[in-house]
Ligand binder design. Sequence first.
Ligand code: TRP
Length: 376
Amino acid sequence: MAKVILTGDRPTGKLHIGHYVGSLRRRVQLQNEGDYDRMFVFMADVQALTDNADNPEKIRQNIIEVALDYLAAGLDPEKCVLFIQSQIPELAELTTYLMNLVSVARLQRNPTVKTEIKMRGFSQGEGEEEEANNSQRKGLPVGFFCYPISQAADITLFKANCVPAGEDQRPMLEQTRELVHSFNSTYGEVLVEPEILLPDNQACLRLPGTDGSAKMSKSLGNCIYLSDSADEVWQKVRGMYTDPTHLRVDDPGHLEGNCVFTYLDAFCTDEDFAEFWPEYANLDELKAHYTKGGLGDMKCKKFLNQVLNKTLEPMRVRRHELEQDIPAIYEILKKGTEQAREVAAQTMDEVRRAMRIDYFNDAELIAEQAARFKAE
Ligand code: TRP
């Protein structure tokens, strides 16, 4: 069977290093290994609009930011199709049909959506709606509630079987597999069941913010962006949350919840030690010294800064070059979108045929009906 890789991001902001270790780095690797028949990476602007309906300008501005981040990080339009979700009308069509194959109760059980509804303070249900009106809380938009179905369409329209994504996307992939199963057993084998491809490094499943909170998020101001200058990165690393009990250098340090070490887990290699800090052979040795005591936070932060910049500096340089010709970036996205639409049209033909809604191409149907009416 053909190997089709597909993944995407909501274009709600510039990409940060959490995106990079959680998914982007792996995509670039996969792309360069070349072990696939097709690879798609797209900007999920339709999904981004499900909770930003009143702020389309934000999405519009961030399309180009994310495209620049993708290309700067090494995604290559010659090897992988880059496209914009909203420009593929077939996605909306498939979503509509998949909606009939999943119950409201099943959607309500999706743990990622549950968490997101809570985080955004959306209210649900009749009683709550009233309460929401009083407290200025917003009712849950139907589009937001249904986005896992739209996401299943994203994946299945391209017959993707490999979806590189973070742990939080696991429930989406589960729902997608259920929908594929349901579609195929109802209408015939057309869609393909995808597998999630998780980051291989534990520290990458979810990189915490620089303040130690669970997640990097723009609103918390705790992100390191791929496009940050070297100086911005150093300011952020310098102010990073470490171990509040590690007051003097001689005190034993703790690793748990210590961002500097979490980030090192995600980024550093033995070669980085050889290059920047040869007193240690690897991260285990550094951790051992830190926990024993006698190693200051500042030294570790300086090392982390070097490690981060080793990855980020080439991206900065590439991004700067790409920024000089913005129309060319839109052209890349347009071309990718055209390529994606070809595949989309092909799958939709199969979907409509399987669902028996290809009326005008169904010669048998037309002949049958003609015969029936003649007989009467
Ligand atoms: N839900 C993903 C996110 O929040 C974005 C996304 C939309 C996606 N459709 C997808 C990811 C399909 C993988 C496959 O980042």
